[in-house]
Design a protein around this ligand. Structure first.
Ligand SMILES: Cc1cc2nc3c(=O)[nH]c(=O)nc-3n(C[C@H](O)[C@H](O)[C@H](O)COP(=O)(O)OP(=O)(O)OC[C@H]3O[C@@H](n4cnc5c(N)ncnc54)[C@H](O)[C@@H]3O)c2cc1C
Length: 312
């Protein structure tokens, strides 16, 4: 079976969805294919920049983003610390998104809205146009460029059936490891990876009650080796991403976190504490589990004799 569309867009991440939405908004027919079911288990981006908000304004959906359920009063502080039970080294304070001023150069401000809130917004916008057709579970397998068209073979990942879609244009919005880019022989320039981290998404209600560093957007853990861990508040409520920093040859320091060691060096003492706390709530590190109330967690007092007062 062969389908025909003027524009075939491969990959319904934020870029593919935005392109489909923009084309639909202009009345240009297009087909968007996405190999997954579209669910976002691991939201990556969580900040909508000013320029993206200006696009949303043009499309008439800036208020959809503004009204996303990330709490407006959740402080956006960056906190540098040795451990949740250790020293706070510094804090850059930022207000909650509802209290951030507009920049002088734009009628829009950036918005702290994570991908699992933003993608559904942009998908709703894109699929509101009859010109836009979205197929989930549909993966680009290969394509061939002809003088007057592109012939793409796609697979239905539920049935394994393949079919052909012909288009005037094929657009690759299929992310960093793009099949389209590779098949066109377009090389990536620059460094292929900015960091090497192992990410753990965890759910924990009242996380801020488990330590004395308060609420913040990003907690940056500093050890003798530099930054070795960050924890980011994804939704300003109960969901967090812990990123354990590794190297090109060592994916992360996860083992030292999950295996408490006696007589460990200074940095490990803090990691062991974290590990004990998390082990104390059992499933709290699983993506869908909810941690028990903080009152049921084991008390882990800070034993540092030189613990300073908070800086902020
Ligand atoms: C931890 C982390 C934090 C980040 N934080 C931010 C931030 O705060 N703000 C920000 O602006 N950016 C952030 N980024 C970067 C941002 O996530 C990416 O720039 C953005 O996701 C790129 O969007 P995209 O649509 O190009 O690609 P992706 O989001 O990678 O989407 C590509 C889509 O294509 C699909 N696909 C791939 N191959 C095929 C195929 N063959 N057929 C069909 N579908 C296919 C994939 O399933 C996927 O849905 C972050 C990235 C990471 C890793």
């Amino acid at each position: 079976m062969t389908d025909r569309t003027p524009i075939l867009i491969v990959g319904a991440g934020p870029v593919g969805l935005a392109l489909a939405g923009d084309l639909g908004w202009r009345g240009v027919p297009c087909t968007l294919i996405e190999k997954t079911d579209g669910r976002i288990d691991h939201p990556k981006m969580d900040l909508i920049g000013v320029r993206t908000m200006e696009f949303c304004r043009r499309w008439g959906i800036a208020d959809w983003v503004r009204d996303a359920p990330y709490p407006g009063d959740y402080p956006q502080d960056y906190v540098w610390l040795t451990a949740f039970t250790g020293y706070e080294l510094g804090r850059e304070q930022f207000p909650g998104r509802a209290f951030e001023a507009l920049p002088p150069e734009s009628p829009q401000k950036r918005e702290r809205v994570p991908q699992d809130m933003f993608d559904p917004i942009i998908k709703r916008f894109a699929t509101s146009f009859p010109a836009v057709t979205l197929h989930h579970h549909t993966e680009l397998v290969t394509f061939e460029e002809k003088p007057d068209r592109v012939v793409a073979t796609v697979r239905d990942n539920l049935s394994d059936a393949t079919r052909v879609i012909e288009s005037d244009y094929l657009v690759g919005t299929d992310g960093g490891a793009s099949t389209v880019r590779e098949r066109l022989g377009i090389r990536m320039s620059g460094h292929p990876a900015l960091t090497y981290t192992t990410n753990v998404i965890f759910r924990c209600r009242d996380f801020h009650l488990l330590h004395d560093k308060g609420k913040g957007y990003r907690f940056i853990f500093i050890g003798p080796e530099g930054t070795w861990l960050t924890i980011v508040a994804i939704n300003g409520a109960d969901r967090f991403r812990m990123s354990i920093v590794g190297t090109p040859t060592r994916s992360s320091t996860a083992r030292t976190i999950s295996v408490p060691r006696s007589g460990a060096p200074w940095a490990r003492i803090s990691t062991t504490r974290s590990s004990r706390s998390c082990a104390g709530c059992g499933a709290s590190w699983l993506p869908t589990a909810t941690a028990p109330p903080a009152s049921s967690w084991p008390a882990i007092p800070c034993t540092s004799p030189r613990r300073p007062a908070r800086l902020a």
